[in-house]
Design a protein around this ligand. Structure first.
Ligand code: PEP
Ligand code: MN
Length: 338
């Protein structure tokens, strides 16, 4: 951290900054220039409150030099990290497509969906038992019973399951039903108490980007999970709010190479909640893989028009199978595979 003093600041004010840094357990290195004095703070600045320095009379500006995140940063781990979900690696050469319905509805629906997911060549399945709906009057999910239906359907095809956790009080039920990947949805990216709790377990976590979150806020949300000891984190870009009304969210493709540079953890993309329409999903999915995504989270329903939730954006089983073929060709061109 660098503290830049005002041009009219005096020795007394410089000493006040040095004393404050010392009280914070930091060292200080004072450089007296012709016009300005600059003080370099020595030590781990992540624990320092910038405002406590900014308020000292004579201080013009305080600038951080370290990244505020540590464990998730590529600086701390230059190699790509692979998150293993049972025997399925996420973040390696193989691109993983996680497919399934928006929500768990009935046992026959899940049985049929699981068969189609496996048949298309996907190795993981998604499905929400607890749904974060905009309206309290809309279908809220099938809850714990949904987790059981999901587990039963997926087990028949040896598919690990991905499902959203909204309430920390449900974590035990998730563990009891052997949920393989805990999904933290866009609306909970900044629910820090929830992040702390999933940080204490060792289940892989898919952390979706908050709908208006900056990339650094998102990285800091992951750092909350990592700081608790759980480093099995997968970032999921799912589109951000924008001025555009033609589609549901604006897929931030740029975030993919940025995150791959900033963090060693895997990055996947949800083209379904970005586009919001099934016909947009293949193009967005292809773009995500071309841009370096390690996987996709895609909504697929045995009969899209009958889906209880997000019917407009669900691929049919046939559309998923076709998409898998297209992704294979793109992955091959990049030295990867699907
Ligand atoms: C979902 O994946 O079903 C979901 C609700 O996504 P998001 O949190 O991105 O809206
Ligand atoms: Mn959905």
């Amino acid at each position: 951290m660098i503290i830049i003093m005002r041009a009219d600041s005096g020795e007394q004010q410089i000493h006040a900054v040095e004393a404050k840094l010392k009280a914070m357990g930091m060292g200080a290195h004072v450089s007296r220039g012709i016009e300005r004095t600059v003080i370099g703070a020595i030590g781990d600045e992540r624990k320092i409150d910038m405002e406590a320095l900014e308020v000292i009379p004579g201080v013009d500006n305080v600038v951080r030099v370290m990244k505020p995140y540590k464990i998730v940063s590529r600086d701390s781990h230059p190699e790509n990290s692979i998150v293993n979900v049972k025997d399925v690696p996420i973040g390696g050469k193989q691109i993983q497509v996680i497919a399934g319905p928006c929500s768990v509805e009935t046992q026959p629906q899940m049985d049929s969906a699981a068969a189609s997911v496996a048949e298309a060549g996907c190795r993981l399945m998604r499905g929400g038992a607890f749904k974060p709906r905009t309206s309290p009057y809309a279908f809220q999910g099938t809850g714990v019973q949904g987790l059981e239906m999901f587990r039963q359907a997926a087990d028949r095809h040896h598919l690990p399951i991905v499902t959203e956790l909204m309430d920390v009080r449900m974590l035990d039920k998730f563990l009891k039903n052997e949920v393989d990947v805990i999904q933290i949805g866009t609306r909970n990216m900044a629910n820090f108490d929830l992040l702390k709790e999933v940080g204490k377990v060792h289940k892989p976590v898919i952390l979706k980007r908050g709908m208006s979150a900056t990339i650094s806020e998102w990285l800091m949300a992951a750092e909350y999970i990592a700081a608790g000891g759980n480093h099995n984190i997968i970032f999921c870009e799912r589109g951000v709010r924008s001025f555009e009304t033609y589609y549901r969210n604006m897929l931030d493709v740029t975030a993919i190479p940025v995150l791959k540079r900033e963090t060693h953890l895997p990055v996947i993309v949800d083209p379904s909640h970005a586009g919001g329409k099934a016909w947009m999903v293949p193009a967005l999915a292809r773009a995500a893989v071309a841009a370096g995504a390690d996987g996709l989270l895609v909504e697929m329903h045995p009969c899209p028009s009958e889906a209880w939730c997000d019917a407009d954006q669900a691929l049919s089983p046939q559309e998923l199978a076709t998409l898998m073929g297209e992704l294979g060709a793109i992955a091959g061109a990049l030295g990867r595979e699907v």
